[in-house]
Design a binder for this molecule. Structure first.
Ligand SMILES: CCCCCCCCCCCCC/C=C/C(=O)SCCNC(=O)CCNC(=O)[C@H](O)C(C)(C)COP(=O)(O)OP(=O)(O)OC[C@H]1O[C@@H](n2cnc3c(N)ncnc32)[C@H](O)[C@@H]1OP(=O)(O)O
Length: 240
């Protein structure tokens, strides 16, 4: 049981962490509304494409500009953490955002042969549902009118969507391997003027293996957030 001093320090920490200025609040409100709208546009475009074509083949090419813009715009979340206007782990956010940027720019948009893989459809659908939920949660929270079902969705859907999204990403990277091996894309063979070699094929295998230690960190972080927000558990995260 924490002593009154500890409770005080924890309460103070909880209280001080929540205070952000009106400018930061206005920016975050705009940012979250824009991101919610962007991912909603993506969702509508995906639904319309599938309704018209009856297949996901060609879907990625149809939505990739919008996806690239809004997923890359999410890099700002690292700035939010670094500036302290959002109280969450820079490390966790960094791994999450970099994995998305990697999937969009260095796998799916770079290797056209994988764009019709089922793995791409899986992660596109999962990302879209997740981000609409997440950004609308932040928006309503900032506006102090948070419907419970949005809060419930934010801290429950990930339990299934996170692993499903990871499966979709891993299937896509795996499907890319033969094309990367054949094309030697993004690779540097010796001899060269830098006297350095780099093989993107083996980098992708290492990236796939890195999901094993990294994904559980993100998942347990979300489970801690869930306990804190839905069950009022006071979790004092060590500062990253
Ligand atoms: C370079 C090569 C790399 C290759 C290697 C790759 C390896 C990768 C391994 C990892 C694999 C990950 C794969 C990912 C797959 C998917 O995403 S599948 C889709 C499903 N995914 C999810 O459900 C997770 C979605 N992502 C997130 O939730 C976040 O990105 C997060 C960082 C993982 C967790 O978010 P976090 O902010 O830490 O938690 P919250 O509880 O939401 O927020 C904490 C507090 O911060 C406030 N906040 C955060 N952002 C904002 C904001 N934009 N605006 C306002 N407020 C914000 C939030 O309100 C909370 O505040 P308090 O409740 O007051 O504390």
């Amino acid at each position: 049981m924490a002593s009154s001093d500890d409770e005080g320090s924890v309460e103070e920490k909880e209280h001080t962490k929540k205070k952000i200025g009106p400018l930061a609040t206005a920016w975050l409100t705009f940012y979250n509304i824009a991101m919610t709208a962007g991912w909603l546009v993506l969702a509508i475009a995906m639904i319309r494409f599938y309704a018209e074509k009856g297949t996901h083949k060609g879907l990625y090419r149809n939505i990739q500009k919008t996806l690239k813009f809004f997923q890359t715009f999410a890099l700002l979340e690292l700035v939010h953490c670094a500036l302290g206007i959002v109280h969450t782990s820079v490390l966790v956010t960094g791994v999450q955002v970099s994995s998305r940027i990697f999937m969009v720019w260095f796998i799916t948009s770079s290797i056209k042969q994988v764009q019709s893989e089922h793995g791409v459809l899986i992660f596109l659908v999962v990302w879209t549902v997740t981000e609409i939920t997440r950004y609308s949660y932040y928006t309503f929270k900032l506006l102090n009118h948070l419907p419970y079902f949005i809060k419930w969705a934010r801290y429950n859907l990930f339990i299934v969507l996170y692993p499903v999204g990871v499966v979709g990403e891993l299937l896509t990277i795996y499907a890319a391997l033969p094309h990367v091996r054949k094309s030697a894309m993004y690779s540097l063979r010796l001899p060269n003027k830098y006297n350095v070699s780099f093989d993107y094929y083996y980098f992708l295998i290492i990236a796939m293996c890195s999901y094993i230690p990294l994904f559980p960190q993100l998942y347990f972080h979300m489970l801690r957030q869930r306990r804190r927000v839905l069950h009022g558990e006071v979790i004092v995260e060590k500062d990253d």
